[in-house]
Design a protein around this ligand. Structure first.
Ligand SMILES: NC(=O)C1=CN([C@@H]2O[C@H](COP(=O)(O)OP(=O)(O)OC[C@H]3O[C@@H](n4cnc5c(N)ncnc54)[C@H](O)[C@@H]3O)[C@@H](O)[C@H]2O)C=CC1
Ligand SMILES: O=C(O)[C@@H]1CCC=N1
Length: 276
């Protein structure tokens, strides 16, 4: 059982996805602290994982931690981090920020400087151990802290290290936000199947299992997605007709535009928040 003490500042959607994934993977729940001023958010943690410590005060959580996970919204990160600087400087935990668009340099500065900071961009499938996380470390992170950040995120899915912090904006656009695109795709499949006469529940189950099966097949196969797609597409058959509609509708270009918009938002947040 892994038992480094981890303090989550913010116990919202993403923190709970990480906590759930860590506990399911065998991380000692008594080593986890979740701080959030919102009682409803704390209750959600306590109901699901009664052994995880919850507190309304960030200071109480930090007092116990070797790893500090910053999981508040980017827009409030500066005002949350600044008052914690003295305590963080006294304790010097490994700081892991999962906030979109907030540069590690700004986080280090708000917390008083000279800190090992890892930026991680996870996604909500972490809750079921199937997350994907991009990681990038600042120059102060040593080998042991790198391993610690990686094992934290690997407990909830796969991880990739990035060589350059700017790449995390693309990771945010692809896999950070990505589950939402796939949920939209699943919703659209379900609606379309229902329109074609299937009971909604039947359409829902078929859409979900098809998305799951296709992702699993692609993950476990040596072949690329284009080859796997070609295997479904019989000449003169049904798939060919559907794919022609998707290509004519500009799905690839639309996806490029969507990821670019998400990446640009991440850049804009960095520009705006990094100046604070
Ligand atoms: N939701 C997602 O899929 C992902 C989110 N992220 C990042 O994770 C961070 C959190 O996002 P979500 O969990 O979706 O947001 P959320 O709104 O669900 O959670 C944020 C939490 O911070 C709490 N909070 C506000 N002020 C606080 C304070 N002073 N001290 C402690 N906690 C405070 C709020 O009460 C809330 O529970 C964001 O920075 C986001 O960019 C990263 C990857 C994926
Ligand atoms: O939408 C957002 O800003 C966050 C970051 C990635 C997923 N959710």
């Amino acid at each position: 059982m892994l038992n480094e003490n981890i303090a989550f500042i913010g116990a919202g959607n993403m923190a709970r996805s990480l906590i759930g994934g860590l506990v399911a993977d065998g991380w000692d729940p008594c080593a986890l602290w979740a701080a959030d001023p919102n009682e409803d958010q704390r209750s959600l943690v306590s109901q699901q994982w009664p052994k995880v410590h919850v507190t309304p005060t960030n200071e109480e959580a930090i007092a116990h931690c070797e790893v500090l996970v910053l999981a508040v919204k980017p827009q409030v990160m500066a005002q949350v981090a600044r008052p914690l600087a003295a305590q963080v400087q006294a304790r010097k935990p490994l700081v892991v920020s999962i906030a979109a668009g907030v540069p590690s340099e700004a986080i280090e500065r708000w917390l008083g400087g000279d800190l090992a900071v890892v930026r991680g961009m996870p996604n909500t499938p972490a809750l079921v151990g199937s997350g994907a996380t991009g990681l990038v470390a600042n120059a102060r992170v040593n080998e042991q802290q790198r391993d610690l950040a990686e094992s934290l995120m690997r407990a909830v899915g796969m991880t990739v290290w990035l060589t350059d912090e700017t790449q995390i904006d693309a990771v945010t656009a692809l896999s950070g936000s990505g589950p939402a695109y796939l949920f939209l795709f699943i919703e659209a499949l379900e609606d379309a199947g229902t329109q074609l006469g299937l009971p909604r529940e039947t359409a829902r189950l078929l859409a979900l299992q098809t998305a799951f099966g296709a992702a699993r097949l692609a993950l476990e196969s040596d072949e690329d997605a284009a080859t796997l797609r070609a295997r479904v597409t019989s000449r003169g058959g049904t798939t060919e007709q559907a794919l022609a509609v998707l290509e004519a509708g500009g799905l690839r270009d639309l996806m490029q535009q969507a990821l670019t918009a998400a990446r640009n938002r991440s850049h804009a947040l960095a520009d705006q928040l990094g100046r604070d």
